[in-house]
Write a protein that binds this ligand. Structure first.
Ligand SMILES: *Cc1c(COP(=O)(O)O)cnc(C)c1O
Length: 239
């Protein structure tokens, strides 16, 4: 346990240095970027250590793993983000612990989240997940809505009881015109975010960048980076 703490502290400070350097290079203040540690596949004991080390935002992508972990960590001052593809039959569970869902990508999911949030008497923050590799009105292979679907979803979330429209999220595409061009992808996301803020001025979160491309996300203007591997280590198997 002591060893794990030392390891996580060292990794966290390396990531912190990377974020600070990227902010510096971009002429941004460090406070403009929030670190979300993606704890998927790692145990609640790691989440507890991270909390002791000052982490305030954690993210998960599978309800089966996240629900017991969040319950075991309910005493910690953490904000929980859900970032995975979400089936409507898991919505009720996710809404019981998640403060934000970053993977909103279809109208049916908005309706289900709204119903669950109202029932739980919670306000749920929502980010629209944008698939930059999808057809204009299509859907991405790793979830997300094509650019043509952003406005409709944003309006739906903004008008849904129990939901708060917070901004946009993306995962850098592995295929299509943005493959290998993370910064261009994140800059495109920023353009969509700016457009969205014209009608939804409070929706100012832009979640982009992971362990491999957080610098590009900070350079493009992301407000939130989601870092797993660089803090917790390489996930065994598929994560
Ligand atoms: C796993 C995951 C991350 C973190 O990825 P790393 O490469 O481990 O930093 C970020 N965002 C989403 C949506 C993820 O599923």
């Amino acid at each position: 346990m002591t060893d794990r703490r030392t390891e996580l502290a060292a990794n966290l400070s390396k990531v912190e240095e990377r974020i600070a350097a990227a902010c510096d290079a971009a002429g941004r203040k460090r406070e403009e970027v929030t670190l979300i540690v993606v704890t998927k596949t790692y145990p609640a004991s790691d989440v507890r250590i991270l909390s002791e080390l000052g982490v305030r935002h954690v993210a998960e992508n599978r309800d089966q793993d996240a629900a017991p972990k969040a319950a075991a960590c309910a005493d910690l001052p953490l904000t929980w983000h859900f970032v995975g593809q979400l089936q409507t039959n898991k919505v009720r569970s996710v809404v019981s612990y998640a403060d934000l869902v970053q993977s909103v990508d279809r109208p049916k999911l908005v309706t289900a989240l709204s119903t669950a949030a109202v029932r739980a008497e919670r306000e749920l923050g929502c980010l629209i997940q944008v698939a930059l590799d999808a057809e204009e009105n299509g859907r991405g292979e790793r979830g997300g809505v094509g650019p043509g679907g952003i406005e409709e979803l944003a309006d739906l979330v903004a008008g849904a009881p129990g939901l708060r429209l917070d901004g946009l999220m993306t995962v850098a595409p592995l295929t299509g015109p943005y493959a290998g061009r993370q910064q261009a992808a994140f800059e495109r996301l920023m353009e969509f975010a700016t457009l969205m803020r014209a009608t939804h001025p409070a929706a100012n979160m832009v979640s982009a960048g992971m362990s491999a491309d957080l610098e590009q996300a900070v350079a493009a203007g992301a407000t939130h980076v989601r870092v797993g591997t660089a803090v917790l280590g390489v996930r065994p198997g598929l994560g």
